[in-house]
Design a protein around this ligand. Structure first.
Ligand code: ZN
Length: 511
């Protein structure tokens, strides 16, 4: 056995452990009875500890040294060299983090999620505040352990979006905010005149599921290597590329929420199913920092794929011109007297809503900016957890010019902080921006792409994405991947051009 083969075998078992963590997580969120939460928390903590101990051990160091020597002559594009480099980078970073800190965060997650759920139901921030304070404190210690140049947020960002920094985000957000403001000023009042009464009818689950699955499969989701379940929060999760699952929740009174949610998770799933089989069970399909089995470059890159399929394809006019008839066949009574254009317009209304997950494409990033500002302030210590609800409400007023009705629909609406995710929100906006860059590059490289999309042939788009994004797994950093695929680094230009093209058409500027 060569040194690389030994390294590979060792990491394959680590990936197996990560797949077990994913499977326990999937079960907890789709099947497990509520009483199982505490026991499951311990199980996840145990397997996570085993995986972590294995990864940060001296054995890993020795295997890495030997594998590095073997692949040293290989070019920068060799997956072997990339695997070893990725593993080395994560190893170096995690060795700086005390094991008790990682397990402390893992244990707190389980308790904090429960507290957050109760606090949200009771509209009582005070019930979540102590766990959140502890979570912020542990993340601050994590940032110190990882190390950073300018801002503690930079350290946490490395876990989700390597290469991203607080300073880069501030620049990106400023550009976006300036571009979005005039669109919002027109689209929000303009949307009030858009007919949408037909969305608020009774849409039985079975038909929603049937239609959404037809579309997911048309996009290319392979049900032989996937399945769809229900959960309180929609998500995608994988246990290698051969078992990639998605979930959704159904809202009978507002069918599009479930449909677009499913298109979104399908985008994530296409990424996972499209990873090169040669990368299976290796470091390039393992998130070694967070110990999950994931085949995508970064959170933002993953999100770029869910948003590309959900919004740029699934929320487009050509999409509904083609597929509205099928939707109408599933819901003949609900959609009587409605046509494709009316549905397209209703599905693209722009509203100043306090709820992020209900946000449209124009306001979505404003929700993110607010959260990121707050996370940075919490980490710096310039904002205390006790003052968080007031800061939240002030931020919503500033960005959206509305008041949240209560904390449940305000500061308590997102699960993220209770699960220890601090520093992941920006990846949603980064994903939006990257999605437009990838889509524009796919258009340039694929003659006839729009004609194919208009007739429901998604193979050319999926093919370009598979070739340029999916198959590489985690082989490249987000910046490298973007540059290779689109010829540019992260750039808000194509995204703002996309938004202007769409919303200037829907809500034309008055001459
Ligand atoms: Zn997503």
């Amino acid at each position: 056995m060569t040194a690389y083969e030994e390294f590979q075998g060792y990491f394959a078992e680590l990936n197996d452990l990560c797949c077990v963590i994913n499977l326990l997580t999937w079960d907890a969120r789709t099947q497990m009875p509520p009483g199982g939460a505490a026991a499951r928390g311990r199980q996840v903590a145990t397997v996570t500890r085993l995986a972590n101990e294995r990864f940060v051990s001296d054995t890993t160091g020795r295997l890495l040294d030997a594998a590095e020597a073997e692949v040293s002559g290989e070019g920068p594009d060799s997956y072997r060299a990339r695997s070893v480099a990725q593993a080395r980078e994560a190893y170096t970073l995690l060795r700086r983090v005390p094991t008790e800190l990682m397990s402390g965060i893992a244990e707190l997650k389980m308790v904090a999620q429960q507290a957050w759920q109760e606090a949200r139901v009771a509209n009582d921030f005070g019930r979540f505040a102590p766990d959140l304070s502890r979570m912020v404190e542990l993340n601050r210690r994590l940032a110190e352990a990882i190390g950073y140049q300018e801002h503690p947020y930079d350290a946490l960002l490395q876990r989700y979006e390597p290469g991203m920094t607080a300073a880069r985000l501030r620049g990106l957000f400023a550009t976006l905010r300036e571009g979005i403001a005039p669109l919002l000023a027109r689209a929000a009042p303009g949307s009030e005149a858009v007919r949408a009464d037909f969305l608020d009818r009774d849409y039985p689950e079975e038909q929603q599921r049937a239609f959404a699955l037809e579309i997911a499969q048309a996009f290319g989701y392979d049900l032989n290597r996937g399945r769809l379940d229900r959960s309180a929060h929609p998500f995608e999760i994988s246990f290698t590329r051969d078992d990639v699952r998605i979930t959704t929740r159904y809202n009978r009174r507002y069918a599009p929420a479930a449909l677009f949610g499913l298109f979104h998770e399908t985008g994530h799933a296409l990424y996972e199913q499209g990873v090169d089989p040669a990368l299976a069970r290796g470091p390039l399909t393992t998130d070694l920092l967070d110990l999950y089995a994931v085949g995508g470059t970064s959170y933002g890159t993953h999100e770029s794929q869910s948003r590309l399929w959900e919004n740029m394809v699934g929320r487009s006019r050509p999409f509904w011109q083609l597929h509205f008839a099928a939707l109408q066949r599933h819901f003949p009574e609900q959609l009587t007297g409605v046509d494709a254009e009316a549905f397209y317009r209703a599905a693209n209304r722009v509203r100043r809503s306090p709820i992020r997950v209900e946000a449209d494409e124009v306001t979505y990033n404003l929700h993110i900016m607010l959260r990121v500002e707050i996370e940075m302030a919490l980490l710096e210590g310039s904002l205390a957890v006790a003052d968080l609800p007031a800061a939240w409400n002030a931020g919503v007023r500033e960005y959206l010019e509305i008041d949240p009705p209560d904390d449940s629909r305000g500061v308590l609406q997102d699960i993220h902080w209770s699960t220890g995710l601090i520093g992941s929100f920006p990846t949603y906006t980064v994903g939006n921006v990257m999605a437009a860059q990838f889509f524009a590059a796919a258009r340039r490289a694929t003659p006839g792409l729009d004609t194919a999309l208009a007739r429901g042939d998604y193979a050319p788009l999926r093919g370009w994405l598979t070739e340029n994004v999916y198959r590489h797994g985690r082989a490249y950093s987000p910046d490298e991947l973007l540059n290779r695929a689109t010829g540019a680094s992260l750039d808000a230009g194509p995204y703002l051009a996309y938004l202007r093209g769409k919303y200037d058409d829907l809500f034309p500027p008055q001459a």
